[in-house]
Design a protein. Structure first.
Length: 316
């Protein structure tokens, strides 16, 4: 379900950014505005990022094989991490470089096309607002009662947080560009245009840092949150399962949780009873946590833990 919502938001963002990029480049060619060039490259980077997200989602659907027995779900995190790199280099660093150049060699926006950047920026704000509204609409059912920042931090599906941050950053960047272009037109000082480009660059670098940090965590391997772990422990205990001795979880994909547990069974259980207990525990776990697609249970007996002597440790 998260994948379906994410795909709709990606397609909406891609369509908006392609149209915006073309109009911004036209405005830059007519006026030479630094802010317009920075915003043009920003939109191109965003369009490329959305293609990367779609490609990652497609590759993640490949079935498990001998070399990847748990499937390819985490490839979506890899492509999301690449998005953060593209946003940092092609978007943020280019805008900062352009700002540096134009600040040392400023020039005003003159000529008969002086009004074009204002019209383009206004149209871009409308299109980006539509894209951002679509992303918010698609993310709201998955967000639940979390704040938006909590959703971005905790979401196991990378597409929607990426699109939300990109679209939000794009809207703020357009305001910065409007600020720089507007003051340049009012004062005739091209350094305001360079300042707008610098603000866009700093904004994109910050967003890229947040995206890289969140996707890195998932690439390294994240377990389930405490509330999900509690649900798993509660579901495991039941007929034939007395308690949970050890429990480990790992997301091998955005909607695919691996659950490995050592469970306590009664000492007098037969092999058939243990097998039935494991089957029942798996059924309960999948009902309680639908993302638990891979479940490995080890039956055991809980041994009494004795106080260790000095310099010794005790393990179950």
């Amino acid at each position: 379900m998260a994948t379906q919502h994410g795909s709709k938001a990606i397609i909406a963002a891609l369509a908006a950014n392609l149209g915006i990029a073309i109009t911004k480049f036209v405005a830059f060619l007519l006026t030479g505005s630094s802010s317009m060039l920075a915003e043009s490259v920003h939109s191109v980077a965003d369009s490329g990022n959305q293609v990367l997200l779609l490609l990652g989602g497609r590759r993640a659907t490949r079935k498990a094989d001998d070399s990847h027995p748990f499937g390819y779900g985490r490839v979506r995190y890899f492509y999301a991490f690449i998005v953060s790199i593209v946003l940092f280099t092609l978007g943020g660093c280019f805008a900062l470089y352009e700002a540096y150049e134009k600040f040392h060699n400023p020039h005003p926006i003159e000529g008969q096309w002086w009004w074009v950047p204002l019209v383009v920026l206004g149209a871009a704000i409308v299109m980006e607002s539509f894209s951002f509204r679509t992303a918010v609409h698609e993310a709201r059912p998955l967000k639940g009662k979390q704040s938006w920042w909590q959703f971005i931090q905790r979401s196991k599906s990378p597409e929607l947080p990426v699109i939300l941050l990109e679209d939000f950053g794009a809207l703020i960047g357009l305001v910065f560009a409007l600020f720089g272009v507007g003051l340049t037109l009012m004062t005739g000082d091209g350094r305001w245009d360079a300042l707008g480009s610098a603000a866009i660059g700093v904004l994109l670098v910050c967003i890229a840092f947040v995206l890289a940090r969140e996707t890195k965590s998932m690439l390294l391997g994240e377990g389930a949150e405490s509330a999900v772990v509690a649900s798993l422990e509660g579901a495991l205990v039941g007929t034939g399962v007395t308690s949970v001795i050890h429990l480990r979880t790992l997301y091998v994909g955005p909607e695919e949780l691996l659950v490995a547990a050592k469970i306590e069974v009664p000492a007098a259980s037969t092999a058939a009873e243990v097998a039935a207990a494991i089957d029942g525990a798996e059924t309960r776990v999948r009902a309680a946590v639908p993302d638990a697609k891979l479940i490995y249970l080890e039956p055991d007996l809980r041994r009494a833990v004795e106080a260790p002597a000095a310099g010794q440790t005790t393990a179950e």
